[in-house]
Write a protein that binds this ligand. Sequence first.
Ligand code: FE2
Ligand code: FE2
Length: 387
Amino acid sequence: MSQQENVQDYELHGQGSHDRYREDILGRANVADSPELLAYYKELAKYNTGALWTIANKIEPWQPKSTSVPVLWRYRDLRKHVLKSAELVTPEKAGRRVVYLENPGKSGEGPAVGLLYSGLQIMQPGEAASAHAHSSSALRFIMEGRGAYTIVDGQKMLLEANDFVLTPNGTWHEHGVEPDGTPCIWQDGLDMPLVNMLEAGFYKVHPDLHQAVTEPVDSSVALWGAPALRPQNIGWDKPYSPLFRYQWKPTYEALKHYASISAGSPFDDILMHYTNPLTGGHVMPTMGASMQLLRPGFVGKAHRHTGSFIYQVAKGTGYSVIDGQRFDWQERDIFCVPSWKFHEHVNTSQTEDACLFCFSDLPVMLALQLYYEEALTENNGHQRVGE
Ligand SMILES: [Fe+2]
Ligand SMILES: [Fe+2]
């Protein structure tokens, strides 16, 4: 059975107001309480057990039911608070000086959407956070500032606006800003909620506080950053990309080249995934990322798919309709699309490109055979806003 047929099958098997009726006819759990059953449940509980039919419909929904909600985080609201954190706490005391993004549907647990964490980190000129390593994979997308750097397993790399940077799981990493730089802000993305859900998280600090820089600056870019070229006799056996820094300029150029010969996707216009140059696959096993270009006046159609997605507006202005709600965005705003929620993107400018950076748990969905996608077919492929 194809994925599309699978989705239709799930749809056929119902949702909404007819659930109860369909549960009757399709064999879903539908057992009314009785004094005898209630006593039975009580008895089972004594032995740390339960009757599956009391929870079956909840733990086996007809289709994905995200507990996350769509959210837009406006940078013009957040920026001053991120800057304020630099006055209030030091990186030494705070560990990482981050304002994290919290999904209201998951408040208190930390994820920005689904099982993805995200936050805005600030570092001041001359600051250097200590080196650490953890089971969670991390990525960052640079928002503003000059002079920031990251060191990953002895490789120092410079960070500029709209660069995308990896700190894969298990790598020693640390960040800082050169003394002659400016305050730097970037968005962090981690799979920490997933790792914690799997109860597999370790964290360690570097015994020397800071790691030695053992490679030339930006060596991963020099080795692996050339498009479609692979260095001779250089080995790499890690499960993540050997390229740690994906620079904005070649990324944007690649999108423009693609746009010059393609009609694009009706949902995403021109979208390219950041890839592991050795495999062509996603950059890390648990998180992938993409940059997409919405050409001037692009009006996308709605689709939905499994997986959790966090966007940052790298360039331009527009709006996205997510689960029937319209979110107007501009450069540096961040928004999320929870799993299986319809979404569509629009570039409202008739003259300027809009670019959306996005990271997600797509590699997990694909690896576990859990990825499904479908287009909205009604209303000419557009959601009705506010209904
Ligand atoms: Fe870290
Ligand atoms: Fe999508």
